[in-house]
Design a protein around this ligand. Structure first.
Ligand SMILES: Cc1cc2nc3c(=O)[nH]c(=O)nc-3n(C[C@H](O)[C@H](O)[C@H](O)COP(=O)(O)OP(=O)(O)OC[C@H]3O[C@@H](n4cnc5c(N)ncnc54)[C@H](O)[C@@H]3O)c2cc1C
Length: 433
């Protein structure tokens, strides 16, 4: 890393969500002096806390599938991944996941990626789906409709199946996972400073030199990593970066409904683009129900994540839970909305940007598009590899860094996450990536 300045060797990570905390851990492990700044009072209190924390492998690119497959081994061996005793741990629950068939993303288009990476799966027809997910309605209802559309209530004429991945599941407490990573990073020497908002990113001669807090405190550094989640676009603007990005990012409000289920839901996670929903069980007996951005619903874009309404709304709650209840007819739709509101940091092609920028020393781990919680264990590692190589002179834009995933041995071409990539046109146009 370039020296001869007061912040020589210091890496500032902006954001202590699951992504920033993971990056801090790996950078600290690799011997960097790391300072993490977060405006919140603790780790994982941004969009990470609202995450459904589903760990699945369906992505539209080889790099996407490989990263998710590698990362799930980190969740399986969470204590080993952290490498330190940090107290109570988030838990990975291997519930399995079934991706229901949908015309917009036929299985034939993405199963070759599972074959290439070695992700185990079972192909289910509608009879297998009915047998393996008791109580499920296997009807094909595509395309998703609004509740006030009469066709919403029409009977299905066909049945669908799906692809089941037994190794998928979810993490019990996403906020705790970030806290675990931050604690492990602290134990490796990273310095977390909470209630510290980055108000300016300073540079000299095309290279980042320091960040500044609102009270004027200046923190000299050689490298800055923007891991500010849905605030990442604002932080990029502070740094004046963005020229040459082929992919932009934008915050989008999201709701996830929490619905009590008397006997609990013990089935797999169900990804149901056919009805425009996804759901999973929760240890306490709730069913978590989210949406997959069906075309019939307005998207809740926002310019400022701090201005979004923080309470679930009756309209979204009713739509999400009623769709889930079409799939699980025994599910009752409560009168009162209950759940969480969060904000996605959506990239134009629903694929994250893990990259350097045109400002030397300024890196981004952004555009996580509602689907990168699962990849956090690997994002820290691949960003550390990228930063080390680029700071040592690698020209990542010309010859993208290749990351050797430690648990699977897979080689991941980080050009897939470049800010200057050709947009990923195979993406589903939804949170599924
Ligand atoms: C409702 C919802 C459901 C989701 N479900 C899933 C899922 O099932 N599976 C999955 O894999 N992913 C899911 N995701 C996505 C996943 O949760 C996110 O990609 C991930 O948590 C993002 O982590 P992060 O660290 O980048 O951002 P955040 O957790 O938002 O952290 C960013 C941090 O930056 C701080 N910050 C911002 N600006 C500044 C500043 N100027 N100075 C200092 N600090 C700053 C904030 O305080 C915040 O703590 C979901 C997301 C949401 C919102």
């Amino acid at each position: 890393m370039p020296g001869k300045r007061s912040g020589a060797g210091v890496v500032v990570v902006i954001g202590a969500g699951v992504i920033g905390s993971s990056i801090a851990l790996e950078l600290a492990r690799a011997g960097h002096r790391v300072i993490v700044l977060d405006r919140a009072p603790g780790a994982g209190q941004g969009s990470t806390s609202a995450s459904s924390a589903i760990v699945r492998f369906n992505f539209s690119t080889t790099a996407g599938v490989a990263t998710a497959w590698e990362a799930h081994f980190g969740w399986l061996d969470w204590a080993g991944h952290l490498g330190r005793d940090v107290g109570d741990l988030a838990e990975f629950r291997r519930s399995g996941l079934v991706m229901l068939d949908v015309e917009a993303a036929p299985r034939a288009s993405w199963l070759p990626l599972f074959d290439e990476i070695g992700v185990p799966y079972e192909e289910w027809d509608s009879a297998a789906l009915a047998e393996r997910v008791p109580g499920i309605d296997t009807g094909r209802y595509w395309p998703p409709k609004r509740l006030d559309d009469e066709e919403f209530w029409e009977d299905a004429e066909h049945a669908l199946g799906g692809v089941y991945t037994p190794d998928a599941g979810y993490v019990s407490d996403p906020g705790l996972a970030a806290v675990n990573l931050a604690a492990a990073a602290s134990a490796c020497g990273a310095d977390f400073r909470f209630r510290s908002t980055v108000a300016a990113v300073e540079k000299t001669g095309g290279r980042v030199t320091s960040v500044r807090l609102p009270d004027g405190t200046r923190i000299p550094c050689a490298v800055v990593v923007n891991a500010a989640g849905p605030w990442s676009g604002a932080v990029n603007r502070l740094a004046g970066v963005g020229s040459g990005f082929t992919v932009g990012v934008r915050p989008m409000r999201q709701e996830v409904a929490h619905v009590p289920v008397r006997e609990g839901y013990g089935g797999p996670v169900v990804a149901d683009m056919d009805l425009g929903t996804y759901f999973r069980g929760e240890a306490g007996g709730d069913l978590l129900v989210g949406g997959t951005e069906p075309e019939c619903d307005p998207l809740q874009w926002t310019d400022d994540p701090d201005t979004v309404g923080i309470h679930p709304t009756a309209a979204v709650f009713e739509a999400q839970v009623t769709r889930a209840a079409r799939r699980l007819p025994a599910l009752a739709v409560p009168n009162r909305p209950r759940g969480v509101v969060g904000v996605y940091d959506v990239a134009d092609d629903w694929t994250p940007i893990y990259d350097r920028t045109e400002l030397d020393g300024f890196y981004v781990a952004i555009g996580t598009s509602g689907n990168q919680f699962k990849n956090a264990p690997v994002v820290g590692q691949l960003m550390t590899e990228l930063i080390n190589q680029v700071e040592n002179g690698a020209d990542h834009d010309a010859a993208p860094v290749r990351f050797r995933a430690p648990r699977t041995g897979l080689e991941i071409d980080l050009g897939a996450f470049s800010r200057r990539r050709k947009r990923n046109t195979a993406n589903s146009g939804t949170v599924l990536g």
